[in-house]
Design a protein around this ligand. Structure first.
Ligand code: ATP
Ligand code: MG
Length: 240
């Protein structure tokens, strides 16, 4: 792969006394969507949190355009253009939608054109702009969480299971927003257990198991090979 935006090399992360990542090697190509897949507990969330600086790897390098961001604080990594949509959404329930969005824009005031784009893909955010984020429905909270990452043009979007627990209509709304983001040329590393969404958005796939990457290739290759899915993830994507 030529000149990836992000490269992880031998990344090992411990949480308390547990060894969780056992040497993750992963390349994330620019302007494309890489799906990080694997069984529950494989280490997908830990990988995204380690890239964001929320866990510190004890060894290994995380190169963002050649700049080693491993062991830098999350605020610095955010300012370098990395945004995380966390598994638990990570919004501030007591702040309004507007305040949540304003805080997510780390490099300055919110760009009006970009905000209009976000309102067009997620209309409830306009409706509830002045309301506390804690009052939003589950689907609207996921829209806000995704919108916080989208509010600025980022070098890298890390998105952790955006469709989790959401009704199909909301998943379609999110899929449309993520497709827009992809079409705008974004580089995305995304965890997604909804295989329909993973197949629709993913260019590449990286499969993790027990804290390591065990397979990388084209999403289309994985999506069409049920035997491979079974071997790598213990399940077939058609039945997930
Ligand atoms: N805060 C923590 N304290 C202790 N162990 C943790 C913590 N967070 C994660 N782990 C452990 O690390 C391993 C990897 O967890 P991680 O959340 O990265 O998996 P995942 O691939 O995202 O799984 P899922 O598909 O269920 O979201 C698991 O065994 C988990 O129990
Ligand atoms: Mg997870």
């Amino acid at each position: 792969m030529s000149d990836p935006l992000l490269s992880l090399r031998g990344v090992k992360t411990d949480i308390a006394q547990y060894h969780i990542l056992h040497g993750v090697d992963l390349d994330v190509p620019r302007g494309q969507v890489t799906m990080l897949l694997g069984r529950n507990g494989a280490g997908k969330t830990t990988t995204l949190r380690t890239i964001m600086g929320l866990w510190q790897p004890h060894t290994g390098d995380i190169l963002l355009d050649g700049d080693n961001i491993a062991r830098q604080p999350p605020a610095i990594i955010a300012r370098k253009g990395v945004a995380l949509v966390p598994e638990d959404m990570g919004i501030f329930a007591n702040l309004t939608v507007e305040e949540n969005m304003t805080l997510a824009a780390v490099s300055g005031p919110i760009d009006k054109t970009r905000l209009e784009w976000i309102f067009a893909v997620f209309p409830p955010l306009r409706t509830f702009w002045k309301n506390p984020a804690g009052n939003l429905s589950g689907g609207q909270k996921q829209m806000l969480s995704t919108a916080r990452a989208m509010i600025e043009e980022r070098r890298l979007y890390l998105i952790d299971e955006p469709s989790k627990g959401l009704a199909p209509a909301i998943v379609s709304t999110l899929a449309r927003a993520l497709r827009d983001l992809k079409q705008a040329g974004a580089t995305i590393l995304m965890v997604e257990q909804n295989f329909k969404l993973a197949k629709a958005l993913g260019d590449h796939a990286a499969v993790m198991d027990d804290g390591r990457i065990i397979w990388t290739g084209a999403m289309a290759e994985l999506a069409t090979d049920a035997g491979l899915q079974e071997r790598l993830m213990g399940l077939s994507m058609e039945h997930a």
